[in-house]
Write a protein that binds this ligand. Sequence first.
Ligand code: B12
Length: 224
Amino acid sequence: MSKYCNNLSSELIQSVADLKDQEVLELVQQRLLKGDDPINIVEDCRQGMIVVGQRYEQQEYFLSGLILAGEILREVIEIVQPLTEKKFFGKSRGLILLGTVEGDIHDAGKDLLKIVLKVNGFNVHDLGVDVPPGEFVAKAKELKPIVIGLSCLIIGAYKAMKTTIAMLRSDPETASIPIIIGGQVNSDVCNYVSADHWSTDAVDGMNWCINWVQKVPTLSSASV
Ligand code: B12
């Protein structure tokens, strides 16, 4: 990446962190005109959001700051999404069931993962946010996804994520479906909730799904 791009990248992170919405949108447009990858642009916004979260913890920002940050990211995703919707030619890699767990309403990361999965040939059924465990189980039984992805950014919702996974594992129809978690998670959370894999990066999560499909020959022939 050129020095110029690096400068634009740190400027974008800084503008998101400072909640300068107009400046963010201008920088996004500039980078798109320069041909920068939309996913890199959103990743920089995510870095800025981490700073917003830290400033919220330090009481430099309040809830209104989090709300504004969420709106800024939503606008950025609206701008970049059409550019990522190139048609994937070939057979679908299979269906992935996604949702943010009960008690959590954060959806930007989940929506970003959905874009990345679709661009890479997966079909996605998105259950939305604050999804009760029973709804994951019912939809998984109906749709028989190849992978289930749970998003969670709130410590208080880890328990609901654990319950969701326990319910999926205890039902013979859904017990063997692999489960990946993402958001504010790490290996300890992954062990606590008994998921198969964890990720804090949409592209890494998508790659794990691709590897999983390739390991199971019957899945790699799934059609759209
Ligand atoms: C914006 C924001 C909000 C917005 C959300 C808007 C929206 N539509 O999503 C609003 C204002 C609603 C909000 C509310 C709250 N928030 Co908030 N919020 C944030 C903030 C600043 C950014 C989140 C974000 O959008 N990041 C950008 C996205 C792109 O990143 P991401 O979600 O991490 O997703 C990436 C990866 O994690 C991964 N990924 C995500 N999901 C998945 C799933 C799978 C399967 C995979 C593979 C990958 C994956 O892919 C994405 C791209 O790479 C974070 C700070 C932070 N550090 O994240 C706090 C943060 C998450 N919020 C926090 C808090 C405390 C709250 C509130 C409780 C505040 C309050 N007092 O009401 C409420 C919670 C309400 C609820 N019940 O859910 C805390 C959570 C602390 C904790 N760990 O428990 C954080 C960490 C801030 C902080 N440091 O204190 N929030």
